[in-house]
Design a protein around this ligand. Sequence first.
Ligand code: UDP
Length: 469
Amino acid sequence: MQTVDVGELSVSAYRKVAPDWIVEPLLAVAERLRGARVIHLSATPYGGGVSELLRSAVPLYNDLGVRATWKIINGDPAFFTVTKKLHNALQGGTEPITEADIRLYEETSRRNAEQLSADPDFAGCDFVFVHDPQPAAVLSFSDFRGGKSVWRCHIDTSQPAPGAWDYLGKFVEGYDATVFTMAGFVPPTLSAERADIICPAIDPLSPKNMSLDDRTAHAVLNWIGIEPDRPLVTQVSRLDPWKDPLGVIEAYRLVRPEVPGLQLALVGSMALDDPEGWDVYRRISDASRTDPDIHVFTNLTGVGNVEVNAFQRFSSVMIQKSIREGFGLVVSEALWKGTPIVAGRTGGIPLQVADDAGGLLVDSTDGCATALLELLGDPARSAALAASGRERVRRHFLLPRLLLDELTLLDGLAHGDPPGSLMTRSDHRDPVCGLTTPPGPGTPTAVRDGHGYRFCSHRCRSAFLDEAS
Ligand code: UDP
């Protein structure tokens, strides 16, 4: 089983960017876990949010004294076609999972379990963190004993296709803890009390998110064929139908006549575990062929972290027109660079783009076009939204907060807390939405506005709207 090589990072570097009320308790909980051994198991070392997270989180676990490694399951293209089908079905897709799919999924999981059981890091491991559906069945075929297991779901499983969760849930039930991005994602048949809620986060110091001066960003974009002096809107995401790249092209076409010189960049990555990417790539290439101002880039044509950084920094407005979304790290990435965003009102996106921070939430292609026109035509408003969005990311969506939540979860498991008690175990979390909150007087409580909407103290109205008059 492949172990991913990661670099070395130091938590002390994050003191300058993340709030103290996150870093201090992080150091304290890490101390209690010093020497513990953790394996993170996922499906791909590149492409998509999970690999983005683990690449920075794993070295930081080690810097904090928790001995972590990151391993990748093995699977052939047929296996990853099945797991993408399962991923889609869990997000509500309609393509059926067949008996043959299940056989292939379980055979591959069994083979991975054998490899994991033979891996020297596995023997005596204290915690195994399994990410997403692709490796979810592996542990149940392994001889993991003595340690605690966590299944970490990064996708929206609130409305799975009939049968999809019934199947995967059998494996998930065997874990000591399950973690979802939002309470709303916990599938109907999994007891909500058994689930813990943790939002992902971005690494502010990674090559993708570190500060990049204007001249360098300018030069990087110029080099790949963008004219930096003309307005630019960009979507960065895996080439996945749930990210609606064709809808982005349509919205751009509606906006283009009103904004002279507008360029659109679609920056998409191909992930090892996402065979649908090529099909989507063909469709967006066909749809954009006749317009030289639509630029399509991928990681296979040299658009890597620094280029994505330049796009997110230099675009007039970023777009994330997702139809379904787990969290959408790209949203926080854009906001962290001070760029406003127009984004689909789905999944974890409204956590990041609140009513008055970050940008505008949309529900349709027309809505996307209107929102783009609003922001492109009002630089002062865009700048104000971007500034409040960056502060929101600083408080809630930087890596030290994610580490604090994960280590608090592991600490609780090590001490026999039942699954689902993270919220009560941490004093740094809002009791309604679970987002981080500074200690001290004025503990936040839910509030209502004049229309009867219920907000958490962070004004996560869209995400936590549970009563509307
Ligand atoms: N990404 C990238 N290059 C691309 C497209 C995406 O580096 O061409 C990165 C993006 O910057 C983000 C991650 O892939 O860090 C996508 O994570 P997100 O949570 O937005 O979506 P997911 O792919 O996990 O559904």
